[in-house]
Write a protein that binds this ligand. Structure first.
Ligand code: NAD
Length: 341
């Protein structure tokens, strides 16, 4: 029996689909002609059973793509896992190799989208425009409690200077900030722009604002923890638009309670998979840590929306389709970093 008899070589099963995913993937499918099967549910060991004769599975940041799931997918005849995101910490790549599955991602769909959101969080936390917006609607024109600081001349420490970190550095430089960076590889181009590569410790001790742009892996998990927070300047601002587990949640809650951390902006959260991308407004949230975080006046939480621009969603759809097309034709993917296995 050939592969064609058991699976539809043209069919993509999408998991964790939101209305905007359908809009963008349907819009750009005209020139590709794939058959698209959209599931709202997350991919996990239970929902993998929903896949019917699809050769390709398309997943997002909170889908569970562990060994148990990959085994099921391989048994169903799936050959390609296409991530419609950059981060891939949710995929067991060794298991994918073991089951002969190809895994691809969208390495850089719009670094600006995420970098600009990081700056939006900084500006909101600093200048409190979210509070001003509500205040004037109540005819309260007082400025008390809205005091901010000039970004000009402040030291911004960037951890991870890949596509997003680089774009963010340019924005910070544009605001007149001094930019320090830490990465396992330095960039001569960034140094030319005035960025100074320093040790991780110097990022912690010298930065007024720390912005995380490294991937989540064994080295970076809980990079912001009790020990690193002690090293930081009093009233430091921490911004995380990368992955939730870069921050040890209990440690930042302590840092906020003690006043050591002056501002926290998070677009990602360690336990976000049970919360983000859903409307839970009528539910009782069981996660006490996120409730505590949201209760601080100097904490801004956005629900993994940094990537969410028109340009980014267009690129995500086009690059995902092109990745799949190349893999089906057994051609090389144009951007080498897109192929993970
Ligand atoms: P990238 O691969 O271009 O850059 C990552 C950088 O981190 C590289 O320069 C790498 O050398 C560096 N790095 C790796 N290990 C490190 C370590 N131990 N310490 C310091 N630096 C290290 O990735 P990118 O496109 O810039 O994305 C960065 C992260 O942003 C992704 O991993 C993803 O988790 C996250 N992201 C979030 C959103 C969102 O919507 N919030 C969207 C896209 C990406």
């Amino acid at each position: 029996m050939s592969l064609k008899d058991t699976v539809n070589t043209n069919k993509i099963a999408f998991f964790s689909t939101q209305p905007y995913d359908k809009t963008f993937f349907n819009k750009y499918n005209d020139s590709f002609g794939f058959e698209l099967d959209f599931f709202e549910t997350q991919l996990n060991p239970q929902t993998a059973a929903l896949i019917e004769k699809a050769l390709i599975v398309c997943v997002f940041v909170n889908d569970i793509v562990n060994e148990a799931v990959l085994k099921q997918l391989a048994e169903k005849g799936v050959k390609i896992i296409a991530l419609r995101c950059a981060g891939f910490n949710n995929v067991d790549l060794d298991a994918a190799k073991k089951y002969n599955l190809k895994v691809c991602r969208v390495p850089a769909y719009s670094p600006q989208a995420v970098a600009e959101h990081a700056m939006a969080m900084i500006l909101t936390l600093n200048r409190k425009t979210h509070k001003a917006y509500n205040r004037v609607r109540e005819q309260n024109f007082s400025l008390n409690g809205l005091l901010g600081f000039d970004l000009f001349g402040k030291t911004v420490g960037i951890i991870g200077t890949g596509n997003i970190g680089k774009a963010f550095a340019k924005i910070a430089i544009g605001f007149g900030c001094k930019v320090l960076a830490y990465d396992i590889v330095t960039s001569a181009e960034m140094e030319k722009d005035g960025v100074r590569f320093v040790s991780l410790e110097e990022i912690f001790t010298s930065s007024d604002i720390i912005s995380l742009h490294c991937p989540l892996n064994d080295q970076t998990k809980h990079i912001v923890n009790k020990e690193s927070i002690i090293l930081m300047k009093d009233s430091v601002m921490i911004i995380n638009t990368s992955r939730g587990a870069l921050i040890e949640t209990a440690a930042v809650i302590e840092g906020l309670k003690e006043g050591k951390i002056g501002y926290l902006g998070i677009d990602v959260y360690e336990q976000e998979e049970k919360l983000f991308f859903r409307d839970l407004s009528a539910d009782i949230i069981q996660d006490d840590a996120i409730q505590r975080l949201m209760s601080f006046p100097n904490v801004l939480v956005t629900a993994h929306q940094a990537f969410f621009t028109n340009e980014a969603l267009t690129q995500i759809a086009l690059v995902t389709f092109n990745n799949i097309k190349s893999l089906l034709a057994e051609n090389d993917i144009e951007n080498k970093t897109a192929l993970l296995v």
